[in-house]
Ligand binder design. Structure first.
Ligand code: ATP
Ligand code: MG
Length: 297
C-alpha cells in the first residue's frame, strides 16, 4: 500500500494516527455481525451499479460495545478490505477547553482529510466524548457543546468518504448524532464459539484438543477478546521463557502466575477462571505441557 502523500500526513499528524492495510488483522466476530459487515462491504464495492439508480452506498457506521471487543481492530480490517488507510482520530483529543475550539478542531480534522485528496477511511475513536448528549444552553459550556455537536452533524453529512465512529458508552450518544449513522453495529462480548476460536488463534502454535478449548472457553465466560488474548500470550511467554529462566513450569504454577498478572477491569464481569484458578475443571483437564504444532501452525 502506498503511503499517504507527505502533505496529507503532515496535515493530519497532530490530530490522528494512520494505520495501513498491511498491518490489519481480522477480528473474530459473531455470525450476525460478520453478515452485516459483509453486506456493507458488498454495497461499497457495488458503488458504480448503485449510482446508475441514483443510490450511494452507506458511508457512516457506528460501532458500540464493551472495551476490548475489537472495534478498532474491525475498523482497521474494513479499511484494509477497501484497500484504504485508516485515519484514527481520538475524539477526546479534539475536545478543548476554549469556547469554540472543539468545533474548530472537528472542522480542521475533516478539512485535512478532504484536502489530502486521497481516499481514506476516517475513524473517530472514543466518540462519546464528542457526540454525547447536549447540555442546557443556559451555560456557556452547554452552548459550546451544542455548537460542537452541530459541527459534527454538518461535517458527517457533508463528508464524502467512509466514516466509522466507535464508543463504549452508547447510552451517552446524542440521538440526532446516532441517527446520522446509517449503520449501528453492536460489538458485544464474544459467545462460547467465538471464545473458542479466539483461544485457538492466540494460543497457536501450541495446539489443544477441541474439548480442552471448549472447556477453557466456558471458564472464560464474560471475558473480552482483549483479555483472552492477553492471558493466552502470557501463557505462551511462560512456555518459551520459563524453562530458560528456571521458573516453576508445572501446570498449576504457570496458570496461577498468569491469573495473578492479568485481570479483567473491576467494573467488568470476572470470568470463572479467575475465581477458581488452577482448581477450575478446565485447568484440571488441561494436558501439560502443551504440544507445539508445525511452524505456521
Ligand atoms: N473480536 C476479536 N477477535 C480477535 N482479537 C480481538 C478481538 N477483539 C479484540 N481483539 C484483540 O484485543 C486487542 C484490543 O482490541 P481493540 O483495540 O480492537 O478493541 P476495542 O473494542 O477497540 O477496545 P476499546 O473499546 O478499548 O477501544 C487487540 O490486540 C485485538 O487483537
Ligand atoms: Mg478501540
Amino acid at each position: 500500500m502506498r503511503q499517504l502523500e507527505r502533505h496529507h500526513r503532515n496535515a493530519l499528524s497532530d490530530m490522528a494516527e494512520i494505520l495501513y492495510p498491511e498491518d490489519a488483522a481480522e477480528p473474530i466476530l459473531s455470525r450476525p455481525v460478520r453478515g452485516a459487515l459483509t453486506e456493507w462491504l458488498t454495497e461499497i464495492w457495488a458503488a458504480k451499479e448503485l449510482e446508475e439508480v441514483n443510490l450511494k452506498p452507506r458511508s457512516r457506521a457506528l460501532f458500540y460495545g464493551p472495551p476490548g471487543t475489537g472495534k478498532t481492530t474491525l475498523a482497521h480490517h474494513l479499511a484494509a478490505r477497501l484497500g484504504l488507510p485508516l485515519v484514527v482520530a481520538r475524539a477526546d483529543q479534539l475536545v478543548a477547553s476554549y469556547l469554540g475550539e472543539t468545533a474548530a478542531n472537528i472542522a480542521r480534522l475533516f478539512e485535512a482529510v478532504r484536502a489530502g485528496g486521497q481516499p481514506v477511511v476516517l475513524f473517530l475513536d472514543e466518540f462519546d466524548s464528542l457526540g454525547s448528549k447536549r447540555g442546557s444552553t443556559a451555560s456557556a459550556a452547554g452552548a459550546d457543546r451544542n455548537h460542537s455537536i452541530n459541527t459534527i452533524l454538518q461535517r458527517l453529512e457533508a463528508h464524502d468518504g467512509t466514516v466509522i465512529a466507535a464508543t463504549n458508552l452508547a447510552d451517552d450518544i446524542d440521538q440526532a448524532i446516532w441517527r446520522r449513522f446509517e449503520i449501528q453495529i453492536e460489538i458485544a462480548l464474544p459467545g462460547p464459539g467465538e471464545r473458542k476460536r479466539i483461544l485457538e488463534r492466540y494460543l497457536a502454535p501450541f495446539i489443544f484438543e477441541a474439548e480442552t478449548l471448549s472447556s477453557l472457553a466456558e471458564a472464560l465466560h464474560g471475558a473480552s477478546p482483549a483479555l483472552i488474548r492477553q492471558w493466552c500470550e502470557g501463557i505462551k511467554r511462560n512456555l518459551i521463557i520459563g524453562p530458560k529462566a528456571g521458573w516453576n513450569m508445572e501446570r498449576d504454577a504457570v496458570i496461577e502466575r498468569q491469573l495473578a498478572s492479568v485481570a479483567p477491569h473491576p467494573d467488568l464481569q470476572r470470568p470463572r477462571l479467575w475465581e477458581r484458578g488452577a482448581r477450575d475443571p478446565a485447568i484440571r483437564n488441561l494436558a501439560w505441557p502443551p504440544q507445539r504444532g508445525k511452524a505456521g501452525g
